[in-house]
Design a protein. Structure first.
Length: 109
C-alpha cells in the first residue's frame, strides 16, 4: 500500500511541476492551465495503461495483413492504477478551479 501511495504522490508532483513550467512558459496562472493539463495527463495515462482499443486493433490488422495469420482481437480494457487515479484526481481538482474561474468566484489577476 505504501508503494502505491508513493506512485500516486510522485505522479501528482510531476503533473504539478509540468503545469507550473507550462504556466510560466505561457505567462498564465497555474490554476488556469490545471484543467487542460489534467485532460492531457489523464488521456496519456489512460492510453498507455489500458490494453486493447483502436490502436491495438490497427496494429493487429497490419500484422495480419503482412503475415496472413489472423490474430485474436483484444477488447479495450481500462486498467485502473494509482498513476491513472492521480491524473484523474488532478483533472477533477483542475475542473473545480476552472469552474470557479469561469463563475468569477476566483478573482481575475
Amino acid at each position: 500500500m505504501k508503494k502505491n501511495m508513493v506512485k500516486f504522490t510522485f505522479t501528482l508532483i510531476i503533473e504539478i511541476g509540468l503545469t507550473i513550467i507550462l504556466a510560466r512558459l505561457f505567462s498564465v496562472r497555474f490554476i488556469e492551465l490545471m484543467f487542460f493539463t489534467g485532460i492531457a495527463f489523464s488521456t496519456i495515462t489512460i492510453w498507455f495503461s489500458s490494453s486493447g482499443g483502436a490502436m491495438t486493433r490497427h496494429i493487429d490488422s497490419q500484422t495480419s495483413a503482412m503475415t496472413g495469420i489472423m490474430m485474436k482481437r483484444e477488447e479495450f480494457i481500462l486498467r485502473l492504477n494509482y498513476v491513472v487515479l492521480a491524473s484523474v484526481t488532478f483533472l477533477v481538482i483542475g475542473l473545480i478551479f476552472f469552474v470557479l474561474l469561469i463563475t468569477n468566484m476566483i478573482p481575475q489577476a
